[in-house]
Design a protein around this ligand. Structure first.
Ligand code: GLC
Length: 529
């Protein structure tokens, strides 16, 4: 693998640190716990890990409300623990990405504590303040992503401040050069400690319309995720000036190491808006998450259309990224596959053989489903605030099941995990590691094959003919993936070779004499020839 392209050719793995491994028996995962589980990641064959927020935070939004950008949350450990993790991962060739949250701070951040102290406070202009609108209410119609107005009245200083998420997550003012410089320093602080880059939280949203114009109403043509609200985020997010900031960060990163990467949470739901986040292909984000793909149904036509669109629209030099699960959208096994393990295996085959960087979420490699929890008592604030049970994110943030024993190998038998386990006996690393037919071994074998086969890493994507409900493509000349995402058996013609890896491992090595029969939810990677 060329070292410059490690993130193009490799596999990334997202870890929710509170839920990965608990080294000190308090029921909460931590950085030492991750370090103790590096063997698992090494065997899996991943090249980089992205850690969900690790910085001090009151945890109103579980770390996405940062109180100090240059330290580690005491629940997770210390700066020394983070250094040790970066070093130990590095010894295994695994790079570490941190989650950077530049759109907003916690209201407990020293900048905000100062900003609310008076209109002429030193850090007042670090945040977005505005006078009431003509009717005495909020300055405009912007809506928070977590429900209600995006404006919070601050009585003592007689102005509103912007909060696109919780009122305790005040938005930063990215028109202020001092904010830009402060974040350059944050990036440098972590690059100096050896991190390989950042996943950048809501990075499409940091710059707001300087005139604070009203957002337009949603229309029936908008994506269903956009129609969850009443206004479309045209002025409150995704402003063209965000690209100045991304180019600036790219320059900071390149100044350290051309291998450093910036991965953006570019939550835009159409490809034409997504592509500009790659800049000219090398001067903005390295990878821009594709939420159209994340939120698609796991349906052959939908998926194929999105991938074809990516192939067509991606700027020269830019690289796709594909993911099916994360800590917000949920787990692919549940969301895409209705908890059907066969389909979850097909989804993994898809992610690991498309042209682009796969990002797995911890537990994907087991086909882990979500764990139902009561939204009324959820730790995640969003469902409770909005009254929408479908927005409860606890079910996809539950502890990693390492074994079936009490404590799940995640924590001690006596400790209560911060979120509940699912069915430990049904899904755990220890049992799957011992079962050649398991989803874990399927994932490991697919990643190992990616490492051996340049065609799977960099080979061109070419769609193949497939009957309704199926989707097939070639990577380079050597390999083809065929997926049956329908509920009926299908027969794909025009494929000759041998099954290299089937989602039904019993078919590995089977001859494909010109056509391939696949059962519902089944997939196969075929070596052509
Ligand atoms: C991003 C994070 C999400 C968080 C939100 C506010 O969307 O992924 O977990 O709640 O930003 O920071």
């Amino acid at each position: 693998m060329s070292s410059q392209g490690w993130w193009r050719e490799g596999v990334l793995y997202q870890i929710y640190p509170r839920s990965f491994a608990d080294s000190d028996g308090d029921g909460v995962g931590d950085l030492r716990g991750i370090a103790e589980r590096l063997d698992h990641l090494d065997r899996l064959g991943v090249d980089g890990i992205w850690l969900n927020p690790t910085m001090p935070s009151p945890n109103d939004d579980w770390g996405y409300d940062v109180a100090d950008y240059c330290d580690v949350h005491p629940d997770l450990g210390t700066l020394e623990d983070l250094d040790a993790l970066v070093a130990a991962a590095g010894e295994r060739g695994i790079r570490v990405l941190l989650d950077l949250v530049p759109n907003h701070t916690s209201s407990e951040h020293a900048w905000f504590v100062d900003a609310v102290s008076g209109r002429d406070a030193e850090f007042r202009d670090y945040y977005v303040w505005a006078d009431p609108g003509p009717d005495g209410g909020p300055p405009n119609n912007w809506e928070s992503n977590f429900g209600g107005s995006a404006w919070q009245w601050h009585e003592p200083t007689g102005q509103y401040y912007l909060n696109n998420f919780l009122p305790t997550q005040p938005d930063l003012n990215w028109w202020n050069e001092d904010v830009r410089e402060a974040f350059d320093d944050v990036l440098r602080f972590w690059f100096d400690r050896g991190v390989a880059g950042f996943r950048i939280d809501v990075c499409h949203a940091i710059v707001k319309d300087s005139e604070l114009r009203d957002d337009p109403a949603v229309t029936p043509e908008d994506h269903p995720e956009v129609r969850r609200r009443t206004v479309k985020q045209v002025f409150s997010m995704n402003r063209p000036e965000v690209h100045d900031v991304l180019r600036r960060w790219r320059a900071v990163a390149d100044g350290y190491d051309p291998r450093a990467i910036l991965v953006g949470e570019t939550y835009v739901l159409n490809l034409d808006t997504l592509m500009p986040y790659y800049g000219n292909g090398e001067d903005e984000l390295n990878l821009a998450f594709n939420f159209l793909f994340v939120h698609a149904d796991f349906d052959a036509d939908e998926m194929r259309t999105i991938v074809a669109g990516v192939e067509e629209k991606l700027p020269r030099g830019a690289w796709p990224v594909y993911t099916g699960s994360n800590h917000d959208a949920g787990r692919l096994t549940t969301r895409w596959c209705g908890d059907d393990p066969r389909r979850a295996r097909a989804a993994l085959l898809m992610l690991l053989t498309l042209r682009g960087t796969p990002v797995l979420y911890y537990g994907d490699e087991l086909g882990l489903p979500e764990v139902p929890t009561d939204w009324r008592t959820a730790l995640d604030p969003v469902a409770r605030r909005t009254g929408d049970p479908s927005r409860n994110r606890d079910p996809c943030r539950t502890p990693m099941p390492w074994s079936a024993e009490p404590g799940g190998g995640f924590t001690t038998a006596e400790a209560t995990p911060w979120l509940p386990f699912g069915d430990l006996a049904a899904h755990n690393v220890a049992d799957q590691a011992a079962d050649p037919a398991s989803t874990l071994l399927l994932t490991r074998d697919l990643i190992a094959l990616r490492r051996r086969e340049p065609a799977l890493r960099t080979g061109a994507y070419a769609e193949l003919d497939a009957p309704a409900g199926a989707w097939a493509w070639r990577r380079g000349d050597e390999l083809a993936t065929a997926l049956n995402l329908s509920d009926a058996a299908v027969e794909l013609g025009g494929i000759t070779g041998t099954v290299e890896i089937g989602t039904d491992r019993g078919r590995d090595g089977e001859a494909v004499p010109g056509s391939l029969a696949l059962g519902p939810g089944e997939g196969a990677l075929v070596r052509l020839g």
